[in-house]
Design a protein around this ligand. Structure first.
Ligand SMILES: C[S@@+](CC[C@H](N)C(=O)[O-])C[C@H]1O[C@@H](n2cnc3c(N)ncnc32)[C@H](O)[C@@H]1O
Length: 254
C-alpha cells in the first residue's frame, strides 16, 4: 500500500532515513514528501508513527491518516525535567537519535549527561543503560529517570574511551550518544579527535554484529580518517543548531 509522508524540515534526508528505519522499507523523496510502499496494517502504521520524531503527517490516497500532536514533548522539555544541565538535549533530537539506532530491545548512552536519550528510549519501552565519567551527571540522570518512572538496567561511571572494560564484547544492540564538543579552552581539537576515535573503537568492540552506533560529531571534526574502518557508514546528516554549531549525525553499523 502506497503512503506519503510529510517530513520535518531540519534535514529532509535525515527525516526520510528515520521513516525508512522505523518502517523497514525504502522510500523516495521529493521536497518534503516521502513516498513509501508499506506492508504494515493501518493500526501498526499509526503505532510506529507515534514513535517517530520527524514525521509530521501521513496520507493514503491524499487522505490524511495520521498527524503528530503539537506539544507532545512538553512534559519532557529540558526545563520540565527535575535535573537540568545546559548541555541537556531537547527531547525531539533525543527521540530521533534513539529511532535511528533501530533498537528493538535495549540501548546504551555512554555520554549520558542528564539522560535525555535514556528518557526518550525509556518512554518507548526500551531497556536503558547509561554511563558518563562525571558522577554528578549520573546523579542527574538517575533523578530524571525516576521522575519519568523509568527503571534503568544500569547507570554506571565509565570513561567512554575504555568502554570494553565495563561491558562484554559483541553484546549490545544499539548505542547512541552526544559526546562533548570541546568548546572549553582546555580541550584542543586534537584531543577531541582522539576522544572520538578511541570511543568509536571501543563502541565497535561492544556492539553485536549489525548493531548500530548513532553519534553526533561536531562539524569542526572532519569525518575522513575519524571513523574506524570496521564500521559501515549508513548515513551522515547535518543538523544546523545556530550560527556557531552544526551537528553531524552519523549512523554506523558493525
Ligand atoms: C554534550 S554532554 C551530553 C549531553 C546529553 N546528551 C544530555 O542530553 O544530557 C557530554 C557528556 O559527556 C561526558 N563526558 C565527557 N568526556 C567523557 C568521557 N571520556 N567518558 C564518558 N563521559 C564523558 C560529560 O560529562 C557530559 O555529560
Amino acid at each position: 500500500m502506497i503512503y506519503t509522508f510529510k517530513l520535518s524540515g531540519e534535514n529532509l534526508n535525515l527525516s526520510k532515513f528515520e521513516v525508512e528505519t522505523l518502517f523497514k522499507t525504502k522510500c523516495t523523496r521529493r521536497g518534503k514528501i516521502a513516498t513509501c510502499n508499506l506492508t504494515q496494517s493501518p493500526k501498526k502504521l499509526k503505532e510506529i508513527a507515534e514513535r517517530s520524531a520527524l514525521i509530521k503527517k501521513i496520507y493514503k490516497n491524499n487522505v490524511k491518516v495520521w498527524e503528530f500532536k503539537q506539544g507532545r514533548y512538553k512534559l519532557r522539555e529540558p526545563t520540565a525535567r527535575p535535573a537540568f544541565h545546559p548541555t541537556g538535549m531537547k527531547p525531539k533530537m533525543a527521540r530521533m537519535l534513539v529511532n535511528l539506532t533501530g533498537a528493538k530491545k535495549e540501548i546504551l548512552d555512554p555520554f549520558c549527561g542528564i539522560g535525555a536519550t535514556l528518557i526518550e528510549a525509556g518512554v518507548l519501552g526500551l531497556k536503558v543503560s547509561g554511563s558518563d565519567y562525571d558522577p554528578r551527571m549520573l546523579d542527574r540522570t538517575k533523578t530524571n529517570l525516576k521522575y519519568y518512572k523509568i527503571k534503568p538496567k544500569k547507570i554506571f561511571k565509565a570513561d567512554a574511551t575504555k568502554l570494553s572494560e565495563h561491558l562484554r564484547k559483541n553484546s549490545l544492540e544499539a548505542i547512541t550518544c552526544d559526546p562533548p564538543y570541546g568548546q572549553s579552552s582546555t580541550t584542543s581539537d586534537k584531543n577531541l579527535r582522539n576522544l572520538f576515535r578511541s570511543f568509536m573503537n571501543e563502541a565497535h568492540k561492544v556492539l553485536k554484529k549489525k548493531g548500530r552506533l548513532v553519534i553526533i560529531i561536531p562539524s569542526k571534526l572532519k569525518i575522513p580518517g575519524l571513523i574506524p574502518k570496521e564500521f559501515k557508514r549508513l548515513g551522515k546528516f547535518d543538523w544546523y543548531v545556530h550560527g556557531g554549531l552544526t551537528r553531524q549525525i552519523v549512523v554506523l553499523e558493525k
